[in-house]
Design a binder for this molecule. Structure first.
Ligand code: CA
Length: 376
């Protein structure tokens, strides 16, 4: 079996209502979907996190190393692609492109062997995961103290046992919001904070110390991703665990975070950090360092099913009768293509999501629907 074609699909849809976080705003939701086609007719799907057009251009740039290659040799291909642009492409879009390609290769491998990816990766260790709700983005109008408190209470009503609250705007305002949400959902509901690196370490410490008594699960991206010293400063000043990693790439990038002991919850994105192959290696490194890992998830059903296959094989650390279990980041914000491109959507039941059991990623793509979201 040989790779005969590599296709990219640039998805983009205007949102019914723009939403924003500490450092940016979304008016559209998009994605770069990758399809790798083989000479036997088998094809596999992948997805790249990040800006769609540059990711698609990078996938195109990797084509000379892909066409004619054995798609089952996914680790060899990973190394060939990484080596091709190693000198200028160690982080960012080139690795997002490799991620989409790697996921598509694993989808082919699973279909070829008629097995789910997690089985070929040596699992599953778990067949379902507890999901936490990601949302609480800001709207252009309205009072966040009102609509965000209601949104989190709504997640609780739907059966979620945890949700993540977006902060990073203004310390005093953010503290008031965290208190209002905690008050609304009671003391035991899982509540995590995500500043989207909107603070520096001084503000992050002020925020963390003020909300520390409110049972906060983790403090995500308190400071910019390059500022590991800032992570260490915040970590030293609070008992709230640090989370981050959605802007970090490959085993080499995560090695630095782990060596520095900067982050307690590692959050590589399967569609960005190097795909399923690389995220499994990062997971095993995290395991060796005694650090928890909860993948970052922000994409269509393709990225979601890739993340679920990865979650299925994350090792227990330590194993035991009641070991700590990783959570699924379940994005609840508007993304019209997310579930629509799949013939069977992936949903939660009272906050629990089943790991797909079909061959490869375990999903089927509706090509007609996919085409309706494509631009160019
Ligand atoms: Ca985040």
């Amino acid at each position: 079996m040989r790779i005969s074609a590599v296709k990219t699909y640039i998805l983009e849809t205007k949102l019914s209502e723009p939403f924003h976080w500490a450092i940016g705003e979304a008016t559209h939701r998009g994605s770069c979907v990758v399809e790798i086609i083989t000479d036997t007719g088998l094809s596999g799907w992948g997805e790249c996190f990040g800006p769609s057009r540059p990711a698609a251009a990078m996938v195109d740039a990797y084509k000379p190393w892909l066409i004619g290659a054995d798609p089952l040799a996914s680790d060899k291909i990973w190394q060939d692609l990484y080596a091709a642009f190693r000198d200028q492409g160690q982080k960012g879009v080139p690795i997002c492109a490799i991620s989409g390609i790697d996921i598509a290769l694993w989808d082919i491998k699973g279909k070829h062997f008629n097995a789910p990816i997690h089985q070929l990766m040596g699992g599953p260790i778990r067949t379902e995961v507890r999901a936490y709700a990601t949302g609480t983005y800001r709207k252009r109008t309205g009072d966040p103290m009102d609509y965000i408190v209601r949104e989190v209470a709504d997640y609780q009503q739907q059966g979620f046992s945890a949700a993540k609250l977006k902060i990073g705007f203004d310390v005093a305002e953010d503290i008031a919001l965290v208190k209002a949400v905690r008050n609304a959902v009671g003391p035991d509901f899982g509540l995590m904070l995500d500043a989207n690196h909107g603070y520096d370490s001084i503000d992050a410490i002020r925020l963390a110390q003020a909300v520390e008594p409110l049972n906060i699960g983790w403090f995500e991206e308190p400071v910019p991703p390059e500022d590991l010293q800032g992570y260490l400063a915040v970590k030293a000043a609070t008992s709230i665990p640090m989370a981050g990693g959605e802007c970090e790439y490959t085993r080499f990038g995560f090695r630095e975070i782990l060596n520095r002991g900067a982050i307690d919850y590692l959050q590589p994105d399967t569609c960005a950090a190097g795909g399923l192959s690389e995220c499994k290696k990062i997971a095993d490194m995290a395991n060796a360092f005694g650090v928890r890992m909860i993948p970052h998830v922000w994409g269509t059903g393709i990225g979601l099913s890739a993340s679920l296959n990865l979650l299925a094989v994350l090792p227990h650390n330590p194993p035991g009768r009641r070991p700590w279990e990783p959570l699924l980041e379940f994005d609840r914000s508007e993304h019209p293509a997310r579930q629509a491109i799949m013939i069977e959507p992936i949903d939660h039941l009272k906050g629990i999501v089943a790991i797909p059991t079909g061959p490869g990623l375990g999903i089927e793509i509706d090509r007609d629907v996919l085409a309706t979201f494509c631009i160019d």
